[in-house]
Design a protein around this ligand. Structure first.
Ligand code: ATP
Length: 365
C-alpha cells in the first residue's frame, strides 16, 4: 500500500469521534497503529479508558471512515485500552497495586452513595477495567452486604516482611471494608478515633492486585472525618452523589467545596433517584424535583456524569447482595451506570497528569 494511502488512513482515523467524549481520536491524542498488506488494513487503537460498551460502535465508525479510501479493500479494527495512572492529588503517597483512587462522596446520608459506588465499581469492571472498592464508612459499612459476602475476614499474608490483607473478591471486583474488621458489637465510641488510622491501614496494608481504579466509598457528610480522609488518601478525583432535592443539593455543594479545599479534582456529579418510573403504567415523575444535578454541575464548573432513576430493582438487587450491574450488566439501568463509568474513565484519562500532585494546601476561607 502506498505511503499516501497510509497517511490518508491515519488522517481518516483521527477524525472519527469517540462515542464517550464526543471528541475526535485526534483530539484525544490516540495514534492508530497500522498494519498494511496489499489492500488489507489492520488498525489498532488504544484508548485510555475501559470502553467495552462502545468498542463495537467505535470500530464500526473507524471502518466506515477508512473503507472508502483508495487502495483499501478490507479493514480490520482492534480496539483496546490501557488505563494510565493519574496519581494522587495530595501527599499521601502511592498505594501499591492501585493506579487511580476515586472517592465517591455525598454531603448527606441516605442519597444512595454506597449503592452508586458499588454499581460504579462493577460498571468499570464490566467495561473492562480491574477494579477495587474500599468501604471507608466506619459507622455503617454496607459494602459487605451489598456485595453478598457478609462478615468475612480477609486472609492475611506476609509480603516483604509486612502483614497484608488480601481483598475479598466478589462479582469480579476486589473489596475491603471496615465491615470485615469491626463487628456489629464494636462500640461506636471506639470507631471515631479509629477512623483515620484504620482507613490508612486498609489502604496501605491491603494487597491490591493490579487495580486500575480503586473506588473509595466515603463516609457520608462533609465534616472533619471526611476532610481528614480526603487529605490522607492520595485521591485522584472525586465523584459527588446527590438526589435532586434542594437540601441534598446544598449538602452536595459542601462536598464539592470540601474537595476543592484539599485540591482534589471533582470529576463530576451523579444524580441519584432523579426520576420515578411507575412500575405499573410507566409514567415518569420527578418526585424530588428536576434538573438539580445539572444546575449544581454548571454552577461548580464540573459535569453531570449521569442520572439514575428511583427504581425498585436498584434497591432489591443491591440490598440482596447482587448489585444491579452484577445482576445483569446489559439491563437498561446497568447501561446507565456503565455510561457513567466510561465518562468517568475518559475524564480521568484526559485530565492532564496530576501525577506527583500539587502539595496539599488547605485554603482557609
Ligand atoms: N436509585 C435508587 N432507586 C431505588 N433505591 C435506591 C436507589 N439508590 C439507593 N437506593 C436504596 O436506598 C437505600 C440507601 O442507599 P445507600 O445505602 O446507598 O445510601 P447512602 O447514601 O450510602 O447511605 P449512608 O450515607 O447512610 O450510608 C438503600 O436501601 C438502597 O438500596
Amino acid at each position: 500500500m502506498s505511503e499516501k494511502a497510509q497517511t490518508n488512513i491515519e488522517n481518516a482515523v483521527k477524525t472519527v469521534k469517540d462515542p464517550t467524549t464526543g471528541l475526535s481520536l485526534g483530539e484525544l491524542g490516540v495514534t492508530p497503529e497500522l498494519h498494511l498488506d496489499a489492500g488489507e488494513a489492520e488498525i489498532s487503537l488504544t484508548l485510555g479508558y475501559p470502553a467495552e460498551g462502545v468498542a463495537e460502535e467505535l470500530a464500526g465508525a473507524v471502518n466506515e471512515a477508512v473503507s472508502s479510501i483508495d487502495d483499501v479493500d478490507s479493514v480490520a479494527v482492534n480496539i483496546d485500552w490501557a488505563i494510565p495512572a493519574r496519581g494522587g492529588a495530595n501527599t499521601g503517597g502511592e498505594i501499591p497495586g492501585v493506579k487511580n483512587i476515586i472517592a465517591v462522596a455525598s454531603g448527606k446520608g441516605g442519597v444512595g452513595k454506597s449503592t452508586t459506588a458499588v454499581n460504579l465499581a462493577l460498571a468499570l469492571a464490566a467495561e473492562g477495567a480491574r477494579v477495587g472498592i474500599l468501604d471507608a464508612d466506619i459507622y455503617g459499612p454496607s459494602q459487605p452486604k451489598m456485595l453478598g459476602v457478609g462478615q468475612r475476614r480477609p486472609e492475611v499474608v506476609e509480603v516483604d516482611g509486612k502483614q497484608m490483607m488480601v481483598p475479598i473478591e466478589a462479582h469480579g471486583i476486589q473489596s475491603i471494608s471496615m465491615g470485615y474488621l469491626v463487628t456489629e458489637q464494636t462500640p461506636m465510641v471506639w470507631r471515631g478515633p479509629m477512623v483515620s488510622g484504620a482507613l490508612q491501614q486498609l489502604l496501605t496494608q491491603t494487597r491490591w492486585d493490579n487495580v486500575d481504579y480503586l473506588i473509595v466509598d466515603m463516609p457520608p457528610g462533609t465534616g472533619d472525618i471526611q476532610l481528614t480522609l480526603s487529605q490522607k488518601v492520595p485521591v485522584t478525583g472525586a465523584v459527588i452523589v446527590t438526589t435532586p432535592q434542594d437540601i441534598a443539593l446544598l449538602d452536595a455543594q459542601k462536598g464539592i467545596e470540601m474537595f476543592r479545599k484539599v485540591k482534589v479534582p471533582v470529576l463530576g456529579v451523579v444524580e441519584n433517584m432523579a426520576v420515578h418510573v411507575c412500575s405499573n403504567c410507566g409514567h415518569e415523575e420527578h418526585i424530588f424535583g428536576a434538573g438539580g444535578g445539572e444546575r449544581i454541575a454548571r454552577d461548580y464548573d464540573t459535569r453531570l456524569l449521569g442520572s439514575l432513576p428511583l427504581d425498585l430493582s436498584i434497591r432489591e438487587t443491591t440490598d440482596s447482595g447482587t448489585p444491579t450491574v452484577a445482576d445483569d450488566a446489559d439491563s437498561a439501568i446497568s447501561q446507565r451506570y456503565r455510561a457513567i463509568a466510561r465518562t468517568l474513565g475518559a475524564t480521568l484519562w484526559q485530565q492532564s497528569g496530576v501525577s506527583g500532585g500539587p502539595e496539599i494546601a488547605v485554603v482557609e476561607d
